[in-house]
Design a protein around this ligand. Structure first.
Ligand code: FE2
Length: 183
């Protein structure tokens, strides 16, 4: 499956613009981490991001998400490293995150959502958003309260990266897609 096919599949399964944008943002962040860990596999990393919540709109419960998507993607020939990463982003699946891809997906998922929430309350969106502003809002528990700060902290610890650098990387990734995604 190439990136265009993954995007077409995502559009087939996900109608909501917010979830589409979220998947695109996670794909952009995954692309940045592919540059660091596995640059020759960048498209696979982006596909992993683009498809990680494929079944969330149709199956928004822990019994089915992301298991329905993983089954479908396996039938479509998507490789096990990607599937294991998608399983691993759901803590309750019990799938350990052992690869850089799986650790990166978990580390960027909630943060990407949080960055979009930060961008939404700014007149110029993500254009001038800085890591210190994001970190300040992370401490304000009432802001975007649904975003798990614990998951973000766990992701950073697993990836073994600096928090500010991680936030910067994800902001830059999302900013690079700003014109297309309108964030
Ligand atoms: Fe997600």
């Amino acid at each position: 499956m190439n990136l265009d096919e993954a995007r077409a599949l995502m559009h087939e399964w996900v109608a909501g613009p917010a979830l589409r944008t979220h998947m695109e943002c996670v794909a952009a962040c995954m692309g940045r981490y592919a540059d660091q860990f596995q640059p020759d596999q960048k498209q696979r990393w982006q596909i992993c991001g683009l498809l990680h919540d494929l079944d969330w709109e149709k199956h928004p419960n822990h019994d089915e998400h992301p298991f329905v998507a993983v089954k479908l993607l396996r039938e479509k020939g998507v490789d096990e490293e990607i599937l294991t990463a998608i399983l691993g982003h759901a803590e309750y699946s019990g799938t350990p995150r052992t690869t850089p891809m799986a650790k990166s997906l978990f580390a960027v998922d909630e943060l990407a959502g949080f960055i979009v929430a930060c961008a939404k309350v700014r007149p110029d969106g993500v254009a001038s958003l800085e890591p210190r502003s994001v970190k300040k809002k992370l401490k304000a528990r009432e802001f975007a309260a649904a975003v798990s700060r614990d998951d973000i902290a766990t992701g950073i610890a697993e990836l073994g990266i600096d928090e500010s650098q991680h936030v910067q990387t994800c902001i830059e990734a999302i900013r690079s897609e700003r014109a297309r995604l309108g964030v």
